[in-house]
Design a binder for this molecule. Structure first.
Ligand code: NAD
Length: 495
């Protein structure tokens, strides 16, 4: 690490933000071995497809093919559900402490193989290794540790003595946190005595397949976890399957609504974790350095591919200029590029489809009259990339203020009073998360009570912990994952 500009500083800005250059610090990839072709994990074994097909998963940072995998057909899903049903009979009756021991073992193996998981996640998803290594993988293991502890304490989960598992859970997850979303789904289901069939997203199947190896290594009984890779049709067949007792879905609001319609009238229990358009609210008394870090973390973490991202920044009018100046100055220090470089802050966009969606929404923002700022940086020649972007002069009616962009794009709006902040923050069909930055504890409590969001962070943003329930209101879905509340989604009261 060397300072490149050693001249005498000529302005205050030079003193505050020196130009730093970093030598490349690439993470070695020899820790992972990716099979060229991948079967389905059903009944504890790798099995070839019965009626499916194959497709490829790419490295979004290079567009190179990483592997091919199976797109499971209806007969494959039937087989996976049947395997989960068979396994349920014994898994649900296993001594709870023994179930917990299996989960502990999985958690420990995930820790032991953490580097392998982190590299594979960054290769398949495009997220910076710093994030997969320090956030995704440790938090995924933490979910297994946490739920392992619950396995023999379910009588105290708030559902009365002797709560029972639901049966077979059909679980469908998105591509933005592939391993972490898997952990949010599988850990509570197994702790409560259910068995699962999980379908990863089209563009990120690889860490779920590596997790299947961990299940084998942990001697998890066959059929307790089944992984069926595939597309939307695979997911649709799984969630509507008669043999599935519980549907757990994380993904877009549009697909969530389709699933709700599909399972309406059945006795399946359903949780939906959907999209968001969170307000991150900065009052004029906030600690500004921390707030600016929180804004950056809120929207540029994971390239903004975060359902609870703070994509709408609401700034008190009298500090708007100061906040925007500090923010763009801070963004100027972000490094965009190779996800496997340990210095990278902004990795690749997960797919060309997603890049297209972000590009269209940003074009709409410009067409509707908002002012665009973007990071002045070179983009790699291959792969899918988008510069961190900030829109000021955004009005509530603008598309970029209402639609989920799911990319590194921030819309800045202003407010004068707490009432106006609440009204603007709640003016969205979503209700997943919000942030409040102020030094006044009383204001935090008042705002938290008035914001229609499942999670409200105070003087921080994007904090995840397995002990804390997560979920939305309105079109962000229903049900909670994590904490004691999350267990109730996988249990029913004693007969
Ligand atoms: P998506 O809805 O397109 O796909 C999600 C998953 O659903 C994929 O595995 C996909 O194959 C599957 N799927 C597609 N159609 C289906 C159908 N008809 N029936 C069953 N499964 C089907 O979403 P995405 O683009 O992969 O993910 C981005 C979205 O996920 C964003 O809207 C984001 O906000 C949301 N998300 C929400 C949370 C949360 O906890 N609330 C977390 C992460 C992502």
């Amino acid at each position: 690490m060397a300072r490149t500009d050693l001249d005498t500083p000529t302005s205050v800005t030079d003193l505050v933000t020196p130009t730093w250059e970093y030598a490349p610090a690439p993470q070695a990839t020899d820790v992972v071995s990716i099979a060229a072709t991948n079967d389905l994990f059903i009944g504890g074994d790798w099995v070839s497809t019965r009626d499916g097909s194959t497709t490829a998963t790419l490295n979004p940072a290079t567009e190179e093919q990483l592997a091919t995998y199976t797109v499971a057909g209806p007969a494959d899903v039937d087989a996976a559900v049947a395997a989960a049903r068979t396994a349920f009979a014994s898994w649900s009756r296993l001594r709870p402490a023994t179930r917990g021991a299996h989960l502990y073992r999985i958690a420990r193996i995930m820790q032991e193989r953490a580097r392998e998981f982190a590299v594979l996640e960054s290769l398949d998803n495009g997220k910076p290794i710093r994030e997969s290594r320090d956030v995704d993988v440790p938090t995924a293991a933490a979910h297994f540790f946490y739920h392992a502890g619950w396995a023999d304490k379910l009588d105290w989960a708030g559902l009365g003595p002797g709560p029972r598992p639901l049966g077979v859970a059909g679980q469908v997850i998105p591509w933005n946190f592939p391993l972490l979303m898997l952990a949010w789904k599988i850990a509570p289901a197994l702790a409560c005595g259910n068995t699962v069939v999980l379908k990863p997203a089209e563009t990120t199947p690889l860490t779920a397949l590596l997790f299947a190896e961990v299940c084998q290594q942990a001697d998890l009984p066959p059929g307790v976890v089944n992984i069926v890779t595939g597309d939307g049709d695979t997911g649709a067949h799984l969630v509507s399957h008669d043999g599935v007792d519980k549907v757990a879905f994380t993904g877009s609001t549009a697909v969530g609504k389709a699933i709700a319609r599909q399972v309406a009238g059945s006795d399946k229990k359903v949780t939906l974790e959907l999209g968001g358009k969170a307000a991150n609210i900065v009052f004029d008394d906030a600690a500004m350095d921390q707030a600016v870090e929180g804004i950056v973390n809120g929207i540029f973490f994971n390239q903004g591919h975060v359902c609870c991202a703070g994509s709408r920044l609401l700034v008190q009018e009298n500090v708007h200029e100061e906040v925007v100046d500090r923010l763009t100055e801070r963004l100027g220090t972000l490094r965009l590029g190779d996800p496997l470089d340990k210095n990278t802050d902004i990795g690749a966009i997960n797919s060309s489809d997603q890049l297209g969606r972000i590009t269209d929404l940003v074009a709409a923002g410009e067409a509707e009259g908002a002012t665009k700022w973007e990071l002045d940086c070179a983009l790699p020649t291959n792969g899918f990339w988008f510069r961190p972007t900030v829109f000021t002069g955004v009005e509530q009616s603008h598309t970029i203020a209402t639609d989920e962009i799911f990319g590194p794009v921030l819309s800045v709006l202003t407010f004068r009073t707490p009432d106006e902040a609440v009204a603007k923050a709640n003016n969205t069909p979503y209700g997943l998360s919000a942030g409040v930055w102020t030094e006044k504890g009383s204001r935090i409590l008042e705002m938290a009570g008035r914001l229609r969001a499942g999670v409200v962070w105070a003087n921080t943003f994007n904090r995840f912990d397995p002990t804390s329930p997560f979920g939305g209101y309105k079109e962000s879905g229903y049900g909670r994952e994590g904490g004691r509340h999350g267990l109730s989604a996988y249990l029913k009261p004693a007969a």
